[in-house]
Ligand binder design. Structure first.
Ligand SMILES: Cc1ncc(COP(=O)(O)O)c(C=O)c1O
Length: 633
């Protein structure tokens, strides 16, 4: 909690302590200052105009400066006469000073209005939770949560006479045929199908229908075969042992190198991770350890746009970093740079920008963030997990300049986002999204190898031998590295260029259709890539009702908040159903206007989240129940 003082801090602290001590021991000075205030208060309103500012300053100086000199002498005499008392006072001042600074920085980053609002909300939540903990409230909440639990179980856990549960090891091992048969049965139990093979199409939810936002980044059946061949060849490999599996080590290094070149930093460094979240958590650890070693920062803070992925909050929670969340501009959806500037303080270790963000697919002003990061000599992480293999190809695709609409406004323009921007020190890029690599594969890149070192974990004293690993995991599946390497090489530059063109064109088709033909909705910002989010501008149309109506037509879209909205992340699978999407969306808007149901998941869950100060706590409880249910065999 308490950290050693830097020189500047020590100076401010000394002034602070002296001022306090002076106020404490010097009645004369206080009397002097008080006299000025009382005099000012006693001055009648009609006399105020005759009292000039120089008058007031002169009065303060003549009364306080001699008082200050006397008081300082008294402070020094008293301190030397009773050193223990002085020490105690100093400790108290130190605590007051450090907390005072923290409060000041917190208020500065948020602004007074937001601080008041947050505190009132927190107090209201506390009081409501106290009420809900009392017997009548508690039993009502418990019974509603039990109902939610039953609903979630019904959706996730197969039930009924035909369901076989495999809760123990079979006494004898099963044959491959039998295992595949069991898998097929499990696939069918919930009316869905997870098989990667086309011949096993499901009757119920099937991701191949293209009605799911993001989630499955399918590169085609041929690519799946290539990945499976790589898996088979390297199924048992582990990059933790590069001497045993040298090809896997080489493939990982080459994947990192390919990404570094795509993001214009061939001299940089990086590692693979298990996904976007791990890449981001690793970046937070890197900056935390860098700041502690190089800057002596023991209470690190980071500045993150409201629209940044939750992985940053997760990383901050894991790594003990305080987060300042900065609002975004309601029109451009870019982070408010004034807010970012205000939130930076001597404890700041990193800034964050998205290219593009998850909620609405827009990008932050990376150039402006880079300038700030350079000026303060701190990290700037660009989250390109979702932009991944689309953004680097936009320039050559000819789509980077966006489109000019009827009013002459340029939309969907891509702005600089990679290592060519001064100040960008790390980028996360998910190979398992638009890179079409198997799930469990992402790359975290750094400006240079010296920064990457802070990501490593090295323990030379472990009784099991020297332990060193580049990222969160110890052992890692070499098969995923091989699968990723195979995907990148199978698709190649021309393949990614083609997928970038088709996916971005599809997203723009959706965005243009919403703007041109669904007046009740509007597109958030000016998304340059594959994600389009829309909100309602019509008070009779609740966008969550629209999302729920779309769900009834088989669409799996994402609800977003601030503002209430819905998004779709287009993939190759969306291309075939883009017209159907627009047609269904138009119909669902009318349906939501004429016959709102108020019962769908989006309305219920996100309505609950904003219903009262305890809404988010209850939604958190529902999410926890959901997680518990995942492990119900
Ligand atoms: C912008 C962004 N960052 C990070 C992530 C986290 O990626 P993952 O789900 O692979 O952990 C996502 C996931 O959708 C994302 O959209």
């Amino acid at each position: 909690m308490l950290r050693p003082l830097s020189l500047l801090n020590a100076f401010f602290f000394a002034c602070f302590a002296l001022a306090f001590e002076w106020a404490r021991v010097s009645g004369a000075t206080l009397t002097g200052t008080r006299r000025v205030i009382v005099h000012a208060l006693q001055t009648r309103i009609d006399n105020i105009g005759t009292v000039t500012i120089p008058d007031v300053i002169a009065t303060i100086c003549t009364t306080t400066i001699p008082g200050a000199t006397t008081a300082l002498t008294t402070v020094i005499e008293r301190s030397t006469a009773n050193p223990l008392d002085t020490l105690k006072s100093l400790l108290l001042y130190y605590v007051l000073y450090t907390y005072g600074i923290k409060v000041y920085r917190h208020v500065r980053a948020r602004g007074i209005r937001r601080c008041v609002f947050e505190n009132v909300k927190a107090a209201a939540k506390y009081i409501l939770l106290l009420f809900l903990a009392l017997p009548p409230g508690r039993s009502k909440v418990q019974s509603e949560l039990s109902e939610v639990r039953r609903d979630i179980e019904k959706k996730l856990v197969p039930d009924g006479a035909g369901v076989e549960r495999h809760l123990e090891l079979p006494p004898q091992g099963l044959s491959l045929e039998r295992i595949l048969k069991e898998m097929e049965r499990m696939d069918q139990e919930m009316g869905s199908n997870n098989s990667s093979q086309d011949e096993h199409r499901a009757k119920g939810v099937d991701w191949r229908d293209g009605k799911i936002s993001g989630a499955v980044y399918h590169g085609g059946l041929e690519l799946t075969r290539v990945i499976v061949a790589a898996f088979e060849r390297y199924a048992l490999t582990n990059p933790l042992h590069p001497d045993v599996f040298p090809a896997i080590r080489k493939m990982e290094a080459e994947i990192v190198s390919i990404c570094l070149r795509l993001f214009h930093n061939p001299g940089g460094a990086g590692t693979m991770t298990s996904g976007g979240t791990e890449s981001i958590v690793m970046a937070v650890k890197t900056y935390r350890d860098w700041a502690r070693t190089v800057r002596g920062i023991t209470e690190p803070e980071m500045v993150v746009p409201l629209t940044a992925h939750a992985a940053f909050d997760k990383g901050a929670a894991y790594m003990g970093v305080k987060v300042h969340t900065i609002p975004v501009d309601p029109i451009t959806r870019k982070v408010d740079m004034k807010g970012v500037r205000r939130a930076i303080n001597p404890n700041t270790i990193m800034l964050v920008g998205s290219a593009v963000n998850f909620p609405d697919g827009n990008q932050d002003d990376i150039v402006a963030l880079g300038q700030l990061a350079s000026r303060h000599d701190i990290g700037l992480h660009v989250d390109c997990c979702l932009g991944s293999f689309v953004l680097p190809f936009l320039e050559t695709s000819g789509l980077a300049d966006g489109e000019t609409d009827a009013e002459g406004k340029v939309r969907y323009k891509l702005e600089p986002f990679d290592f060519r921007v001064k100040g960008v020190t790390s980028i996360s890029c998910d190979t398992h999204k638009y890179g079409f690599a198997p799930k469990g594969s992402s790359v975290i890149m750094y400006h240079d190898a010296s920064l990457r070192r802070y990501q490593y974990y090295v323990n030379p004293n472990w009784t099991g031998g020297v332990y060193a690993s580049p990222s969160l995991s110890g052992s890692r599946p070499g098969s995923l590295i091989a699968g990723t390497w195979a995907a990148l090489h199978y698709i190649g530059s021309d393949g990614y260029l083609a997928s970038c063109k088709s996916i971005v064109t599809c997203a723009r088709q959706i965005a243009n259709a919403i703007t041109a033909s669904i007046p009740s909705l509007y597109v958030l910002g000016s998304p340059p890539s594959s994600v389009v989010a829309f909100a309602s501008r019509d008070k009779d149309v609740d966008v969550y009702e629209v999302g729920d109506a779309m769900a009834k037509r088989g669409w799996h879209l994402n609800a977003i908040t601030e503002p209430r909205g819905v998004h779709i992340a287009c993939t190759k699978l969306t291309l075939a159903v883009v017209d159907k999407f627009v047609e269904d969306l138009k119909a669902c808007v009318e349906q939501a206007r004429l016959a709102p149901e108020g019962k769908g998941t989006m309305v219920a869950l996100y309505g609950l989240g904003s219903s009262s100060p305890v809404g988010p706590t209850l939604v958190g409880e529902v999410a926890t129940i959901f997680l518990d249910t995942l492990y119900q065999a």
